[in-house]
Write a protein that binds this ligand. Structure first.
Ligand SMILES: [Zn+2]
Ligand SMILES: [Zn+2]
Length: 278
């Protein structure tokens, strides 16, 4: 069965995210638990948690994923930023537990001069410091490799997972991975990527797909999302991803633009059209 959804707002309360995704025609979603560009946030109250879980019981929306704030950087060499990042991660774990949410999606980190090896080690060391993670799974989102971001290839993702004692798995963001240099737009490239993923990490560790087309070409290292079928991966490429035997049963979450031309509703519709059994 096709699981397709999008990143939606929690404005008005966490439960509103479920209203929103249902209205868009989706059956899974991703949220920010607070403003992704600010540090200040409160863990939701028990009552908010209960309301959200009650609302969820009456819906078919699953999974629901928290995307960690963009500010959080577990690979930073700067002490102040690191302290804030760890505080934010700990609070995010508490938030997820309060809401009964299993997945926290993070960008692994940006080493800003520390070097790739040390940066990767710092990420897994940081994850290992998190407490009470037994009901949680940290999803490491593959990145486009711009600047000094880490997690732009399968070896780096494998290294973080191997050194992590907390439950970790992977999010494949199709725009990021394509711009990092894996040619998901062609049949061969897509097969090579899934085979390499299976050999190095194991496809059982792939839990989520951020389904985005890319404004910029293969290997550009630019993280700019485009409407489904209208970017450099293109309609044929997207169709293959959505129907690929190793990917088709995973949840697809859109992070495509919401502009004058189209929003999530139109892109969700597009994905349903491209899906062969839908
Ligand atoms: Zn992301
Ligand atoms: Zn993403």
């Amino acid at each position: 069965m096709l699981r397709i959804g999008a990143h939606v707002s929690i404005s008005g309360g966490f439960s509103k995210s479920i209203d929103r995704i249902e209205k868009l025609g989706g059956n899974c979603c991703q949220i920010f638990s607070h403003s992704p560009r600010g540090w200040k946030f409160d863990v939701p109250s028990k009552e908010e948690g209960r309301d959200f879980m009650d609302r969820r019981k009456g819906s078919d929306v699953d999974p629901i994923v928290i995307h960690e704030s963009y500010l959080t950087n577990l690979a930073t060499p700067k002490d102040d930023l690191y302290r804030k990042s760890m505080d934010a991660m700990e609070k995010e774990v508490e938030t997820a537990k309060r809401l009964g949410i299993k997945y926290i999606n993070i960008h692994p980190g940006t080493h800003t001069g520390l070097g790739e090896e040390k940066g990767l080690k710092k990420i897994s060391d940081s994850l290992n410091k998190l407490k009470e993670t037994e009901d949680i799974e940290i999803l490491l989102e593959m990145t486009s490799g711009s600047g000094t971001t880490l997690g732009y290839n399968l070896d780096q993702i494998r290294e973080i997972i191997e050194n992590s004692k907390v439950p970790t798995a992977v999010t494949l963001d199709t725009c990021h991975v394509f711009s990092a240099g894996y040619d998901l737009a062609t049949e061969n490239g897509l097969d090579e990527f899934t085979n390499e993923f299976d050999a190095k990490i194991g496809l059982n560790k792939l839990k989520l797909i951020h389904l985005n087309d890319s404004k910029f070409p293969l290997g550009s290292n630019k993280d700019r999302h485009e409407h489904i079928g209208e970017g450099k991966i293109g309609e044929e490429g997207m169709k293959r991803i959505i129907n690929h035997e190793k990917l088709r049963n995973l949840p697809f979450i859109l992070e495509t633009p919401e502009d004058d031309k189209k929003g999530h509703k139109e892109n969700i519709k597009k994905v349903k059209e491209l899906r062969k059994d839908n």
